[in-house]
Write a protein that binds this ligand. Structure first.
Ligand code: ATP
Length: 369
């Protein structure tokens, strides 16, 4: 069995609100799992149920093969890092790090050795005498992480640990936490609403919406093989263009562009969806401004370039396809002028189709397997 296992976990709050529905997940020892999703989707609730801070309404939680539903937080061999850091303001960094071990009655010598080692991993050696108020946000965050890793528990739970940091510190701490995970090999569950954090840190990501798991997969899977429109729109920045259209005969129309779907889906699928509304998806970065028909067969789209944003490493071009808006992410050297007619090309292999009603993906012949 996996190291951490959630079987059909359900959370219904006392006021009757159903916050988590049939949550199933098996986590292997040493994995870094990220729960991601918009505010209110049930990420923290699920994390708190694992921590024992919230009771489980239904279902089973196993930690290291032992059912843990009825165990208290302290018995679960889990350490949690909160968004608020929860440091003791009157204690030095050394004492904040040592506190949990002191409570457990660990020998002073052992405590000192572990505090010094943890401080070294986290670059806090020079700050051990300071109080939290004399630290930067990033340093406080490191102390909070240090307090968790010093305990050498089985599972680390982190709830939006970087949300109080500025953008630059977040990027630094992101890679530091990944590095610490590599060094400690600790099984980690990390909650965030930031898809970039999820993509850069996770071994596997759990995408949630309205209390339901939408998809579980590696960052690669979620980016290239989204199972539905929600995941397709949530992962990736700017988000995937999702354009509503209708299948008529074998074609869909985007603006005035007629696109022949026989190029990418088989006859049976075409028949199944004939006359139905579809959503035509493509990532902003998956287009070309030059037609490379010979080595990369593509759909050609005529549109007007309305606004361009030069971001340095790329340009976002906001285009209007006869009333339909889309974003293209292109090489900055190819930035077009605004208010002119342009053409762009979507390689067949970069097209995603979705059933408008169920919002589920319709595999094409080019779908990444
Ligand atoms: P955020 O990113 O905003 O923290 P989240 O995905 O972590 O969101 P949760 O905090 O798990 O979401 O909340 C899930 C849902 O449960 C929300 O709609 C929230 O309002 C609701 N909820 C949370 N705590 C309670 C409670 N004690 N009683 C009733 N409903 C609650």
């Amino acid at each position: 069995m996996s190291y951490l296992s959630l079987k059909d976990i359900i959370k219904i709050y006392p006021n009757g609100f159903h916050a988590v529905h049939n949550f199933n997940l098996d986590v292997e020892k040493g994995e870094f799992i990220v729960f991601v999703g918009p505010s209110g989707c049930g990420k923290s609730t699920t994390l708190r149920m694992i921590a024992g801070l919230e009771n489980i309404s239904k279902g089973d939680l196993f930690i290291n093969d032992v059912r843990a539903n009825d165990k208290g937080p302290r018995e679960r061999e889990i350490a949690m890092v909160f968004q608020s850091y929860a440091l003791y303001p009157q204690m030095s960094v050394y004492d904040n790090l040592a506190f949990g071990l002191t409570l457990q009655g660990v020998d002073e010598d052992v405590i000192e050795e572990r505090v010094l080692k943890t401080a070294k991993i986290l670059g806090l050696t020079d700050y051990l005498d300071r109080k939290p108020r004399a630290l930067s946000g990033g340093q406080r965050q490191r102390v909070a992480v240090g307090r968790a890793i010093i305990r050498k528990v089985g599972v680390f739970l982190m709830d939006e640990p970087l949300s109080n940091l500025d953008a630059k510190q977040r990027v630094t701490m992101r890679s530091e936490i990944t590095q610490i995970h590599r060094e400690t090999g600790a099984t980690t569950i990390y909650v965030t609403h930031d898809q970039t954090e999820a993509m850069t840190m996770a071994d596997r990501i759990v995408v949630m919406k309205d209390g339901y798991i939408q998809q579980i997969g590696t960052p690669y899977d979620l980016y290239f093989k989204p199972v539905n429109m929600f995941v397709a729109g949530f992962i990736g920045e700017p988000p995937m263009n999702l354009l509503r259209t209708k299948l008529e005969g074998s074609c869909v129309t985007i603006g005035t562009n007629k696109l022949d779907l026989t190029k990418i889906i088989d006859a049976a699928t075409l028949k199944k969806y004939d006359g139905k509304e579809l959503v035509f998806g493509f990532r902003p970065e998956a287009v070309k401004l030059e037609n490379e028909e010979n080595n990369d067969p593509s759909y050609e789209i005529s549109c007007t370039s309305e606004l361009t944003e030069l971001l340095g490493d790329n340009t976002n071009v906001y285009v209007n396809i006869e009333g339909v808006q889309a974003i293209l992410k292109i090489d900055p050297h190819d930035t077009p002028e605004t208010d002119i007619d342009i053409k762009f090309y979507i390689p067949y292999k970069n097209v995603y189709l979705f059933d408008k009603e169920s919002e589920e993906v319709i595999p094409t012949q080019f779908s990444v397997k």
